[in-house]
Design a protein around this ligand. Structure first.
Ligand code: SF4
Length: 440
């Protein structure tokens, strides 16, 4: 199975039509439109994981799903099953460009704007069905931030737009993320401008056209960060202003800080008398049984929303139902509160699934969480190698595996957004790390 998309990056990136072999078999990434799927689709994915793979279902930090351990002779049948379940792109060549992220509560968040979902759907359809746009890197991502209080702002996106001025305008930036109101002194994103809501689609497609025109001249320019490395941002903005006179410069935009732990537990939704419930699966992994359990518990909702915290939100339910569900799901091992240790730990797949991993990161993360339960410690990221697949921005503390069970530990210092920060300790065991963090 080979993706019809073209770039070298496309061939390296897992998808529906490209299932690369990893340490534990084939890896199939199912990109979900706006991170949403129906309870029936979750049941189907649980069955597919068991029938075609090794049973491991991963929730990714981009609100997608991955099935692992796919046997090469079953890949074709898996793809047909996914297509039948309504989880395929509009066209096979459009699979890699289904990378438009919205906040997980978009459409029902008390602070959000309902128009974001429609905008995301329209953009996604255009990207998937336009042959030129289909050639974008499958890592190319767009973030539409509707100002929701449940928002994941840490990811770096090729293009981001953040709604403000009472929903009239979007602030936007390239190869960065929306700056937050209390991030005084941090470098502001390159190219910060504003566009009326009605001009957002034209802005995005103009940026993409300009990027692709640059790529035509230099094939190394696949992403906005590459383009910015070659082109003076002032010239990019000038070219943009000529094409779109309604775009203005905006240096002062700062987004309100999202509500802490709004992705976990019960929260009031936009619609009167309705709430939503957010949960996480430990380290973003579901077994088929866990997936069936969630799908059964969600039989009364239209769809579930995956979160970039590798969790799931049940939208628009009455409070009593949300609270009962929370108790039930906590009892069977899901994370429902921000004060649980696993709510503050993120990690990549690690060994044996990933051949680059120096350690079984998930096992180590579970041991660490056990030792840190009930302790006050900062947000942790464990990574099997420096590639840092689980987080593209430095977290408060990062563990980088150096050998089985051994890690170098870094602390983010703000000044080095591209690195993990300041080295705190070399080659420490999980026990040594836990002792150190307990006294943090
Ligand atoms: S960060 Fe490294 S070890 Fe972890 S999944 Fe990515 S490539 Fe593999």
């Amino acid at each position: 199975l080979t993706s019809p998309t073209k770039t070298k990056t496309a061939l390296a990136c897992p998808g529906l039509y490209h299932i690369p072999q990893m340490g534990d078999g084939g890896l199939c990434r199912v990109r979900l439109e706006q991170g949403r799927l129906t309870p029936t689709q979750l049941h189907q994915l649980a069955c597919f994981a068991q029938t075609y793979g090794n049973g491991t279902i991963e929730l990714t930090s981009r609100a997608n799903i991955q099935l692992r351990g796919i046997a090469p002779d079953r890949a074709q049948s898996l793809v047909l099953a996914l297509e039948k379940a309504g989880l395929a792109p509009k066209m096979p060549a459009g699979d890699g460009v289904r990378n438009i992220m919205v906040n997980p509560t978009a459409g029902f968040d008390k602070q959000g704007d309902d128009r974001i979902i429609i905008l995301a759907q329209e953009l996604s359809e255009c990207l998937q069905t336009n042959p030129r746009y289909q050639t974008l890197s499958p890592k190319f991502s767009i973030f539409l931030d509707g100002g929701e209080s449940c928002a994941f702002i840490n990811h770096i996106h090729d293009i981001w737009l953040s709604l403000y001025e009472g929903g009239r305008s979007f602030a936007f930036g390239l190869a960065s993320r929306p700056p937050l109101v209390d991030e005084i002194g941090k470098p502001i994103p390159v190219i910060l401008g504003k566009v009326p809501f009605w001009g957002a689609k034209r802005l995005i497609f103009t940026f993409i056209e300009l990027l692709l025109a640059s790529r035509d001249k230099n094939e190394k320019i696949e992403r906005m960060k590459h383009w910015l490395a070659y082109q003076d941002p002032a010239m990019i903005f000038g070219a943009l202003e000529q094409k779109l006179p309604f775009v203005k410069r905006e240096k002062d935009f700062r987004r309100p800080r999202p509500k802490l732990d709004a992705h976990l537990g019960c929260h009031r939704a936009k619609q009167d008398g309705h709430f939503y419930l957010g949960i996480q699966s430990p380290l973003g992994v579901l077994t088929p049984e866990m997936a069936h359990f969630i799908a059964d518990s969600a039989a009364f909702v239209e769809h579930l929303c995956l979160t970039p915290w590798q969790g799931i939100i049940f939208p628009n339910i009455p409070l009593a139902q949300a609270e009962n569900l929370k108790i039930l799901l906590k009892k069977v091992g899901f994370i429902t509160d921000g004060n649980q240790a696993l709510a503050r730990i993120v990690c990549c797949a690690g060994a044996p699934g990933c051949r680059s991993a120096k350690s079984d990161v998930r096992m180590d993360a579970l041991k660490l969480a056990e030792r840190l339960e009930d302790k006050n410690f900062p947000f942790l990221h464990l990574t099997g190698c420096v590639k840092s697949c689980a987080s593209n921005e430095a977290r408060a503390i990062t563990f980088v595996a150096t050998a089985p069970g051994l890690y170098d530990i870094f602390m983010a210092d703000g000044a080095t957004a591209e690195s993990f920060g300041r080295l705190l300790a070399r080659s420490v065991t999980i026990k040594q790390a836990a002792d150190r963090l307990s006294n943090f």
